[in-house]
Design a protein around this ligand. Structure first.
Ligand SMILES: *Cc1c(COP(=O)(O)O)cnc(C)c1O
Length: 431
């Protein structure tokens, strides 16, 4: 089986030990499910590997944007992770959940003056600064508040997460960060070091998401340590922190490779220590920012089948009661998903159909060419696996569809952590 948290009992799909047919009945569909145990296991995979392979400080920061829900923050906190956030909305969510903001890193390529003031007034630990304009805006706000603000600089190491060997400039052309290659990163460091209300803690990079190629993060670590060494010689500035971002790939379908996170972290540690030694620099504190790899495989979405269209000589379409409004990832990136007939697991899957949503777009496809039992009919439940990351957080109100509820499944109980939006709530801000 693709996921370790699914089983099949008498033809019924069970997720995290729960009967999905019962959950669909109890909460209605569409509904997002989150497996608490799996979130904790994923956090522990990082922490266990850290204690195995690192002998200097290293910490994981959960990338909130993958799934930003109040009830998840106590779990993240208990597992000992920090967080990254990208907006006042994410900061507010974490704050309301009681997450200590000194353990938060504030990303984004364009923080407004309001964002900067809000984050600083609420005691954000570290800004990850993307540009000179932003450094200057943080300097003025920190001056107003008479404080010295910790920052990292986001640097573009010039690594293409898929073809880095051939082209090193791919990622230089990016709206994120400041490039080493063009000399702009160097200039920005020099500028930031002159700002009295800013304390430069070190450097950050993030090479991409859903990275499967081994050694991309290793390569990024090397390039960034090289930059740290260069800056150290040039400005006599010692970086305390290196944050290499997230992007660990997750398995969505049988075609995706199996990712051995422990092995990946092991090899990052090897490269980290050998490079520090080679460059003869002190090891900075290392951060990683996993988002997807913490929550993706802890999630599942349940839908109910509506219409079934068999177009002879063409294709079959099975429509469900959600769509790109709750999962835009196929429409956006052609992402793979594994889709299962939750109540007909034992039946032969002898029909192939496009699993489509109810939105008014031909591109509203959850997944093309899904094998399903030919007995599939209105009222059947379809489960889409691995929807814990970038589904709820990317949901929209397109076609005025309410955002589905989220149910947290723990060993002792199933608990609603986001309630279904009502029709009135959909229009509550419309005057
Ligand atoms: C999106 C993002 C992450 C998390 O990426 P995943 O692929 O979900 O692990 C981490 N850091 C930054 C800066 C990001 O933009």
């Amino acid at each position: 089986m693709l996921c370790h948290n699914i089983t099949e009992e008498s033809g019924i799909l069970h997720f995290a030990g729960y009967d999905t047919a019962v959950l669909a009945e109890k909460y209605g569909t569409p509904v997002y499910l989150m497996d608490e145990k799996r979130i904790r296991e994923n956090c522990k995979t990082f922490n266990t590997a850290f204690s195995r392979y690192f002998h200097t400080p290293v910490k994981a920061l959960y990338a909130s944007k993958a799934c930003c829900i109040k009830a998840l923050y106590p779990i993240i906190k208990e597992e000992g992770l920090g967080i990254d956030v990208v907006s006042c909305g994410e900061i507010h969510t974490a704050l309301c959940a009681g997450f200590p903001l000194q353990d938060a890193f504030f990303h984004s390529n364009n923080k407004t003056d309001l964002d900067i003031a809000y984050a600083m007034e609420n005691g954000i630990g570290t800004f990850v600064v993307d540009s000179k304009e932003e450094a200057d805006a943080i300097q003025s706000q920190a001056e107003k508040l008479e404080k010295r603000q910790n920052i990292l600089l986001r640097i573009t190491p010039g690594i293409d997460p898929h073809t880095y060997e051939e082209v090193n400039t791919g990622m230089v052309d990016s709206k994120f960060g400041t490039a080493i290659e063009t000399g702009q990163a160097d200039e920005l460091v020099s500028h930031v070091l002159s700002l009295p209300h800013i304390h430069l803690l070190g450097f950050h990079c993030h090479v991409g998401s859903q990275v499967f190629d081994e050694d991309v993060l290793e390569k990024a670590t090397q390039v960034m340590l090289g930059f740290i060494s260069h800056i150290r010689k040039k400005y006599h500035y010692e970086a305390e922190v290196l944050d290499i971002g997230g992007g660990f790939g997750v398995r969505y379908s049988e075609k995706d490779p199996i990712v051995d996170l422990d092995a990946r972290i092991h090899s990052i540690a090897d490269v980290f220590y050998s490079t520090c030694e080679k460059l003869q620099i002190p090891c900075p504190k290392l951060y990683m920012e996993p988002g997807r790899s913490i929550v993706a495989d802890a999630g599942m979405t349940l839908y109910t089948v509506g219409s079934i269209k068999r177009i002879p000589g063409y294709r079959n379409y099975v429509s469900i009661d959600g769509g790109m409004s709750d999962n835009p990832r196929y429409a956006l990136y052609r992402s793979a998903y594994t889709c299962l007939p939750a109540r007909k697991m034992k039946e032969e899957r002898n029909m192939v159909a496009h699993l489509v949503g109810r939105c008014c777009e031909s591109g509203d496809i959850i997944q093309p060419d899904v094998p399903l039992p030919s007995s599939i009919q209105r009222g059947d439940v379809i489960a889409v696996c691995t929807t814990g990351a970038y589904n709820f957080s990317m949901a929209s109100h397109y076609n005025m569809l309410p955002v589905p509820p989220v149910v947290l499944l723990s060993e002792s109980e199933d608990r609603l952590i986001v309630k279904r939006e009502s029709l009135d709530e959909l229009i509550q801000n419309q005057l």
